[in-house]
Design a protein around this ligand. Structure first.
Ligand code: FEO
Length: 390
């Protein structure tokens, strides 16, 4: 247990060993935490639980530090099982407990547990007085699930923000002023890029809506990773920037190559852009972590993707990337497709079409090379890249 404010304690789990999340979808190389909080006011309120594999440890701590019989209310900000997973275990011991949740949360909790519990759905602006503090509920629909919501405690001047502003990061200290800032921001933007990017438009609007409430905020405590207590608004400002067509001035080249012909094109593009003064990050998609690549794609202003042609299409690692670019709504960036072929040569056209479908802007027609590029081919590709950047 860790003291967050006078009346709020962290009672979560540190998952040092976590390396994959959402099944096998997302890499979490620095672990994560599942942040559950207990508010000890005139009423004792538990906010969120932890992922079911950690239920035994969590239940033991909860019993020791709070006493399950002493809890007056549970608030579930978000019923994704990494936060709501242990709710069933608590309710086995206290089936009488009122559960506050969002309107969508009521539906989600019922759909997970199929129980007749005392669910109390709250909408934006609804409040609950628990003694010195009044809790204000703010729905955060699709940030990032339909049921997501956040809480504001007026006396503690604290926002319990659920997934928003979180990071998959497990550190000894739970506070932003006591961890490495570079690591913190790298994990925060990786989290944003991989989990929240599809909802950027909603996030942008929600930040304006919350700013209009003029809340006095001293702490922002998310459901994963470290708590923002030193200049907490810095992460809100970062989200305002990240949700507003965020771009950094560099290009990403992603390729997959069977016999190095497509790799040679990638390197010629890199050389040309480099000579034109453009910063470039280049990745072999078949051996690079997908979540890390997606983070770089999210940040880049220019994306170049290449693949050998195989079975009238692209290599599997490239097909996945194309799927992720569309799903994460990375439209609006500039792109170039390239590739090599020996027989039918569909890959550059396929990549080009998929990126058009994802609403990216073509810099030029796709580059297609028959078998092995000649020195002259590579020189021309390099010059083309230079020209595109200029
Ligand atoms: Fe951390 Fe959306 O659950």
């Amino acid at each position: 247990m860790v003291k967050v404010t006078n009346k709020i304690d962290w009672i979560g789990i540190k998952d040092w060993d976590l390396r994959l999340f959402h099944g096998h979808e997302l890499s979490t190389f620095k672990g994560s935490t599942y942040n559950s909080y207990v508010i000890r006011d005139e009423k004792t309120v538990l906010v969120d639980t932890v992922w079911l594999p950690h239920a035994d440890e969590y239940m033991e701590t909860l019993e020791k530090e709070v006493g399950i019989d002493n809890i007056d209310y549970i608030i579930i900000n978000h019923m994704e099982p990494d936060h709501g997973g242990t709710l069933g275990k608590i309710m086995e011991k206290r089936p009488d407990l009122p559960i506050y949740c969002s309107i969508k949360g009521e539906e989600t909790i019922k759909a997970y547990f199929h129980k007749e519990w005392d669910l109390r759905p709250m909408k934006t602006g609804d409040t609950l007085n628990i003694g010195e503090n009044t809790i204000t509920f703010v729905e955060m629909r699709m940030i990032h699930w339909p049921d997501s919501m956040l809480l504001y405690l007026d006396k503690e001047k604290t926002v319990l923000s659920s997934d928003a502003f979180g990071q998959h990061l497990c550190t000894k200290s739970l506070f932003n002023d006591e961890v490495d800032e570079c690591v913190l921001y790298q994990e925060a933007i990786k989290y944003y890029a991989n989990i929240l990017t599809p909802f950027s438009k909603l996030i942008k609007k929600k930040i304006v809506e919350i700013a209009a409430l003029n809340l006095d905020i001293e702490i922002i405590a998310p459901a994963h990773g470290v708590i923002w207590r030193d200049n907490p608004m810095q992460i809100v400002n970062a989200y305002a920037k990240w949700s507003d067509d965020y771009r950094e001035e560099f290009a990403v080249i992603l390729f997959d190559s069977m016999y190095d012909s497509t790799r040679k094109i990638a390197l010629a593009l890199e050389e040309g852009m480099g000579e034109a003064g453009k910063k470039v990050k280049i990745f072999n998609a078949s051996i690079t972590d997908l979540s890390d690549m997606l983070t770089e794609l999210y940040k880049a202003d220019t994306i170049m993707i290449g693949s050998s042609t195989v079975n009238n299409g692209v290599l599997a690692s490239i097909e996945i990337i194309l799927h992720e670019i569309k799903g994460h709504k990375l439209g609006g960036k500039d792109f170039l497709a390239f590739g090599s072929y020996g027989w039918s040569g569909e890959s550059p056209k396929h990549i080009h079409q998929k990126l058009l479908d994802a609403k990216l802007n073509p810099l030029a027609d796709p580059i297609s090379v028959f078998y092995n590029p000649t020195k002259q081919d590579l020189l021309e590709i390099k010059e083309l890249a230079k020209g595109l950047i200029k």
